[in-house]
Design a binder for this molecule. Structure first.
Ligand SMILES: NC(=O)c1cc2c(N)ncc(C(N)=O)c2s1
Length: 318
């Protein structure tokens, strides 16, 4: 194959394979069978092997890792990651709602979202390209885990638009992957992970990026930190924008007009969470309008416009 033919064919394959990967890992709606993907992937590997200069950062062949890092550099978050004040009962939730209504002077709508039990991450994009991924750390300083996050298939290497933005979310290990990983570790005589959160954290702390690549980690993004040119006015709209740009967002988010509606949502997921393919440890409730979030502001460590309802710890199965 001539270089020119290889150049156009590899560009075609990259676009096709990245679209298939978006459908599979982000939308959970694959449009082709695995063997179709694998055959095209193998063709791209052969072209890139013959012409390494044709390899690009967003080629799907770069998702498998291969770097062994010396350590993780520190990253100072331009926009600190906040913590959430927790509530543990309906009464405390109602107190939160009363306080919000008193402060803004009228009832507000809430965007409610599942609280994913994973590892908080921050993703930075420049002109649409993924340039840095970091852990939350203490909220102000985290660790640079870009190379490991590049192997997480649901994290877009290039957005659908060339935007410079920063988003935050959770990196987690699906329950099914957690069970398989622990079975494998038991067979290998290794210590098993206590829960999917620890398994996700342990995977992202690996200095050998090939290990993270094999851990089938996934993500849900939920915060637009640096909006860039985006003009969302509500949390609900921001979630839809993040999905439009290529991020994986959780489909269960809902706008509730009253705290009663929020409580129904909480009770529903408290009962049905075992059916979810990932672990949650509560529900996050945010004032939906960003202008009202700005009016309410923050306490020393947490927003006044959000709270996390934490499920009671599950009784140990006797
Ligand atoms: N500590 C935090 O601010 C948050 C933590 C989490 C979490 N673990 N899962 C989901 C959300 C969300 N949907 O906002 C948040 S927000």
């Amino acid at each position: 194959m001539t270089f020119q033919a290889a150049e156009s064919r590899s560009a075609e394959l990259r676009a096709e394979l990245n679209q298939y990967a978006h459908e599979y890992y982000v939308q959970d709606q694959p449009s082709v069978e695995d063997f179709v993907y694998d055959k095209k992937y193998q063709e791209l590997v052969e072209i890139e092997t013959e012409y390494p200069d044709l390899i690009t950062p967003e080629s799907p062949t770069q998702r498998v890792g291969g770097k062994v890092l010396e350590g993780f550099e520190k990253v100072v978050h331009d926009i600190p990651l906040y913590s959430l004040n927790d509530v543990f009962s309906k009464e405390e939730l109602i107190t939160f709602d009363e306080r919000v209504k008193k402060a803004v002077g009228h009832p507000v709508s809430y965007c409610v979202e599942l609280k994913i039990d994973g590892l908080s991450i921050s993703l930075k994009y420049e002109n649409g390209v993924f340039v840095q991924g970091a852990t939350r750390g203490d909220g102000s300083v985290g660790e640079n885990i870009t190379e490991n996050l590049k192997t997480v298939k649901s994290i877009p290497i290039r957005l659908k638009e060339p935007l410079s933005i920063e988003v935050r979310g959770e990196c987690y290990m699906p329950k099914s992957s957690f069970v398989k990983l622990n079975q494998q570790r038991e067979e290998e005589g290794k210590e098993v992970f206590a829960n999917p959160r620890n398994a996700a954290a342990g995977s992202l702390r690996q200095l050998d990026t090939r290990i993270a690549a094999k851990r089938n980690l996934s993500t849900f993004l939920y915060t637009l930190a640096d909006f860039g040119p985006l003009e969302s006015t509500t949390q609900d709209h921001a979630l839809n924008e993040m999905a439009r740009l290529g991020f994986r967002t959780n489909p269960e988010h809902r706008v509730c007009e009253t705290i009663e509606e929020v409580w129904e949502y909480i009770e529903n997921f408290h009962e049905t969470r075992d059916q979810l393919p990932y672990e949650i440890d509560g529900i996050v409730i945010k004032v939906n309008e960003f202008s009202l979030q700005d009016d309410l502001g923050f306490t020393v460590k947490a927003p006044r416009w959000a709270t996390a309802y934490k499920f009671p710890p599950e009784e140990a199965q006797t």
